[in-house]
Design a protein around this ligand. Structure first.
Ligand SMILES: Nc1ncnc2c1ncn2[C@@H]1O[C@H](COP(=O)(O)OP(=O)(O)OP(=O)(O)O)[C@@H](O)[C@H]1O
Ligand SMILES: [Mg+2]
Length: 1041
């Protein structure tokens, strides 16, 4: 950070020149052009040395933010671009750290931005000085005194919508730490004539309009006011409304500010009562009335308004009425009373209104001072802010302008004096030879005005005191040549209020009004004339000047860029005019007296060290000798600069600019150099990296290529090797084979040879039928071997085993098949022989069932695995069925519980189903009582479906006894068994085959009717149980899942 501070400078990024001292050449034209150029770039502040020129931008610029405050805080004055904050910071720090009292003098013409500038200074100081609850309250009170004073002391004029109509000097007091303690405000010469009359296009003081627009109905009633502006003669109507100003809101702001500053509610109200009284005074009108002595006497036209004023202020109506009609002049012991004519009455009325208002204003200032006064008696450091009206040169310059301009001349004078003094002191401090400077000194102008014997003010006073008729003309006669319009001078200087009126006021019961007119107290009657306005002003200016001279001055010179209150317009003629009367060129000249520019050695060396080889980049010795070396090296003429103790002084801005140009050039060169080196470095690093990479890649690639070549060579070698080996091996093989064949051939030849030999020898022993014998023997051997082998390979004895050894010789084919058949029959027999008679019976039965139902009824396959038990119900053992058992003599074949389907509704009832050798019986399941008995000869047919259900019908012979009730329809879990047994029993007993019909639709005889029983597939509703339902008289439907 510390380094940064040295490196930034006012000279960086300058638009035009930031300091007029550097202007080259220096003349009015360049001065204005520089201001204009900067103004066009929104640079409204420019320095003349330590003086700040401020050009009113007439628009809000983003340069007063808290960030800006931080930026300028604790920075050196020339370090950043020109700003009012830089001046404020410099002043505050020098007050705090060096214990120097400061004053900030703000000048400029109306609308140039003085009041704004003073507020900016105050707010900056408030922002940077100490914090804490107590300190903040002081700050707040100081800041809030502004809106109160502005409401009562500012008005809209043609030049400025918020023109200050009084001069203001405010001392802000600080303790040793720089924390604010309080303040003192002095006011100068309120323009009170505005109360009774305003120039065209202007307004009265803001407070009147604010009160009427912003007060509540209740308050207005209390003050006997009406909201309508047009009701009041003192208010100018043509410009009662100001654009962008909300009087009502401002009224609230002012009331609030009064509260913060410390006004009691009753105080604020009596202030407003005085304001109301002033307004109402304007409405009092007079009419002439002839008197006996022939003179006209004035009379009040309408006493109502007077009455209300008296009620408001607590004055006896008759006293006030008399004061408007008579004038008492006292000389020595004599009292002479004369009547007033109408003109005199109006004069008296206006004088009263003006006095009332201006005294109220002074009272307000005093009251505020009471509040903001520092509470401690410790020694204070002081910062004064002077917001005084600047030079005004109008077409008609009246007494006010005269007074104002006098004040400005005085300010200019102390400015010149102090600047020169400071300059001189600096030279002495820095041990630089002082040379005399020529400049215009305005001391003679001041003298012309204030000289005690023949100064203008003295002469004016003399004229006022002169007995006899005193007019402006008589005064003019005394003066030689004046630029001022002399009309009203005498009157304004006199500032007379008839004693009758002040006495009437003193009699008021309204405490505030009474206190405003102390001279009305008859006990303190003072026959001496009050001091004239001019001499009062002169005295207060003298005090002010004395005060300022003890302080370190800081100047802000405000300039108004145009007359239209408009942004972006820069009227050169208007600015030129202001520059002239503000003496700004003079400022520059004084400032440039001797040396235009100075800078401490360290920052100077830091800024320009790159211009010389010895000092760049580092200078080891003291900064001063570094600068010396630098300047020698640059061959700057010796008369152009001087070495002070801590600073280098440069006589001419040209030299500085030369240095700046060189620096700029050098910086560019340096930048190029840095760029060059950087680029070189970058390229080289890049190149090195590439090179390294290339080597790595090449190494890898070579390795890879080499590997590949090696592998190729290796595989080629292998191929060649293998070919050669193969060839060699084949060669050996060929040779070996040849050898082997040779050997075989030898053996064969030998065998043949032997065979021939043997045959030749044994031929004589062979018989003719030897071949047949050998054949038979061989065949026998083969068959023998076949059987022996078959014996070993016999399959198992299971009749269902399909295995059979394969046939060894084709000629044994038929034998082999026959053998297989015999073997199978044999093992079947063997198998059958194992069965007992009972088992045989069971199998017979099963066989029968298979013949009857296999592939016909879907229920059949599930029955194959179930053994047929017949007597499921053990009647013999269950005592419940004893009776039933006794009733039956024959052998029971089937005893089982079946469901008998009720023909009427398809529902079922359980019945015991008994089959004996000759009969079929149905008995009740619970009681065992026999329900029906059918001889088997009467059973003609059994019907059932082809599906997976247990329903079956038993048809009875027509006309038989049993058939009277009709056929039976049952369902049973053992249908297959029951049907089979029924079939077999019928066959054995009657020698007749029972007819078994398998069909999905059959007729059943129920008494007289034939009902069709129909089986349908589907209906999963009842799970896997078939259900029977009667559909109609002729149809019973069985749903099989
Ligand atoms: N720094 C600024 N930024 C923006 N606007 C500004 C600035 N200074 C002044 N103004 C504008 O110019 C107007 C007039 O300024 P100001 O009241 O300070 O003038 P003045 O010099 O005090 O005039 P007078 O002598 O009549 O009191 C302000 O109301 C405001 O609109
Ligand atoms: Mg102002």
């Amino acid at each position: 950070m510390a380094k940064m501070e040295v490196k930034t400078s006012l000279l960086d990024n300058m638009i035009g020149v930031g300091d007029m001292v550097l202007l080259e050449p220096l003349n009015e034209e360049t001065f204005i052009n520089n201001l204009k150029k900067r103004f066009d770039h929104s640079e409204i502040y420019t320095y003349i040395g330590s003086v700040v020129i401020s050009v009113n931008p007439y628009r809000s610029l983003p340069i007063y933010s808290p960030e800006k405050v931080e930026e300028y805080r604790n920075r050196n004055f020339y370090e950043l671009s020109p700003h009012i904050f830089a001046l404020s910071d410099e002043a505050y720090r020098s007050l705090r750290d060096q214990d120097k009292d400061q004053c900030i003098l703000i000048t400029g013409e109306s609308g140039a931005g003085k009041t704004e500038a003073s507020k900016l200074v105050m707010s900056y100081v408030a922002a940077v000085c100490g914090k804490g609850a107590e300190v903040n309250q002081v700050k707040e009170q100081l800041l809030q005194s502004n809106p109160v004073l502005e409401a009562f002391g500012n008005a809209k004029t043609v030049r400025n919508d918020n023109s200050s109509r009084f001069g203001k000097y405010m001392d802000i007091e600080f303790d040793f730490k720089g924390d604010p303690l309080g303040g003192v405000i002095s006011n100068y010469l309120l323009e009170k004539s505005r109360v009774v009359k305003q120039p065209r296009g202007e307004r009265n003081f803001h407070v009147f309009y604010q009160l009427l627009s912003g007060a509540s109905e209740e308050l207005l009633n209390k003050l006997k006011l009406e909201r309508d502006f047009s009701r009041y003669n003192y208010l100018s109507l043509d410009s009662a409304k100001v654009n962008g100003v909300d009087d009502a809101a401002n009224f609230r702001t002012v009331r609030n500010a009064m509260q913060i500053v410390g006004f009691m509610d009753h105080e604020a109200e009596s202030v407003l009562a005085v304001v109301a009284a002033v307004l109402k005074l304007g409405n009092i009108e007079f009419k002439p009335e002839s008197r006996v002595n022939g003179l006209d006497e004035s009379k009040i036209k309408d006493k109502n308004e007077l009455k209300e004023i008296c009620e408001l202020t607590g004055i006896d109506q008759s006293v006030l009425e008399r004061a408007f009609s008579f004038r008492t002049v006292e000389a020595k012991q004599e009292k002479v009373s004369t009547t007033l004519n109408v003109a005199q009455a109006y004069y008296a009325r206006d004088a009263l209104a003006k006095n009332l208002y201006s005294r109220l204003f002074s009272w307000l200032v005093n009251r505020i001072n009471e509040s903001i006064k520092a509470q401690t008696k410790v020694r204070k450091k002081v910062m004064g802010v002077l917001d005084i009206y600047g030079f005004e040169i109008f077409e008609d310059n009246s007494f006010e302008q005269f007074i104002i301009n006098y004040c400005n001349e005085k300010l200019q004078q102390i400015f010149i004096e102090l600047t020169l003094k400071e300059e001189q002191e600096e030279y002495i401090r820095e041990d630089i030879e002082w040379t005399h400077i020529d400049y215009f000194n305005n001391a003679i102008i001041c003298d012309l005005i204030e000289n005690n014997t023949n100064g203008i003010l003295a002469m004016l006073d003399e004229e006022c005191l002169r007995p006899g008729t005193v007019t402006d003309e008589t005064f003019l006669e005394k003066l030689n040549q004046v630029l001022y319009q002399v009309e009203g001078f005498v009157d304004k200087n006199n500032d007379l209020l008839y004693r009758d009126l002040s006495q009437a006021m003193w009699k008021a019961s309204h405490a505030l009004i009474k206190s405003l007119f102390p001279e009305g107290n008859p006990a303190k009657i003072n026959l001496k004339r009050p001091p004239t306005a001019g001499s009062q002003f002169k005295a207060s200016v003298a005090t002010l000047m004395k005060n300022l001279q003890t302080k370190n001055p800081n100047y802000i010179r405000c300039i108004k860029p145009n007359d239209k209150k408009a942004a972006h317009i820069f009227n050169e003629a208007l600015v030129c005019h202001q520059i002239r009367y503000l003496g700004l060129l003079e400022n520059v000249r004084v400032r440039r007296a001797g040396y235009a520019f100075r800078q401490a050695y360290e920052p100077c060396l830091e800024r320009y060290k790159m211009l010389c080889k010895q000092t760049w980049p580092h200078w080891k010795g003291p900064a001063r000798s570094g600068v010396e070396v630098l300047f020698n090296e640059l061959e700057i003429p010796v008369e152009e600069y001087s070495f002070g103790r801590s600073k280098i002084f440069i006589r001419n801005p040209r030299t500085l600019f030369k240095l700046e140009d060189l620096r700029k050039q050098r910086l560019e060169d340096l930048a190029t150099l840095i760029q060059k080196i950087y680029r070189g470095w970058k390229c080289r690093t890049h190149f090195l990296l590439m090179k390294k990479s290339q080597i790595v890649i090449a190494a890898w690639y070579r390795r890879y290529a080499q590997q590949k070549r090696y592998q190729q060579t290796k595989s080629s070698a292998l191929v060649i090797q293998s070919y050669i080996r193969g060839w060699k091996a084949r060669k050996i093989l060929r040779e070996l084979k040849h050898q082997k064949r040779c050997k075989e051939a030898v053996t064969t030849i030998a065998a043949y040879w032997h065979g021939t030999q043997v045959r030749r020898e044994y031929r004589k022993f062979f018989r003719a039928n030897a071949g047949k014998k050998i054949y038979e023997f061989t065949l026998q051997r083969i068959v023998q071997k076949y059987f022996l082998e078959m014996k070993n390979k016999m399959p198992s004895l299971s009749p269902i085993d399909k295995n059979w050894p394969s046939r060894p010789y084709l000629f044994l084919d038929s034998t082999h098949k026959e053998l297989k058949r015999i073997f199978h029959l044999w093992r079947c027999k063997k198998y059958r022989d194992q069965f007992t008679d009972q088992q045989k019976l069971i199998y017979e039965e099963k066989l029968e069932a298979s013949e009857l139902f296999k592939d016909k009824k879907a229920l059949y396959p599930s029955s194959v695995g179930q053994p047929f038990q017949g007597a499921y119900l053990e009647i013999n053992k269950n005592p419940k069925y004893k009776k039933l058992k006794d009733a039956i003599e024959e052998k029971i074949i089937i005893a089982e519980v079946v469901n008998k389907i009720n023909r009427a509704n398809g529902k079922s009832t359980s019945r015991i189903f008994l089959l004996t050798n000759n009969n079929l019986l149905l008995a009740d399941q619970k009681s065992g009582q026999i329900k029906s008995e059918v001889p088997l000869v009467d059973v003609t047919k059994v019907s059932m479906s082809s599906q997976n259900d247990g329903f079956f019908a038993v048809h009875l012979k027509e006309g038989s006894e049993a058939a009277s009730k009709g056929d039976f329809l049952f369902s049973s879990d053992h249908l297959i068994e029951m049907a089979t047994k029924l079939y077999r029993t019928t066959l054995s007993q009657t020698k007749q085959k029972l007819n078994i019909e398998i069909s999905d639709e059959f007729l059943v005889q129920f008494r007289q009717d034939k009902v069709c029983v129909k089986f349908i597939q589907g209906n999963q509703k009842n799970g896997s149980v078939p259900t029977c339902k009667r559909k109609n008289n002729r149809l019973l439907e069985v749903a099989v899942p």
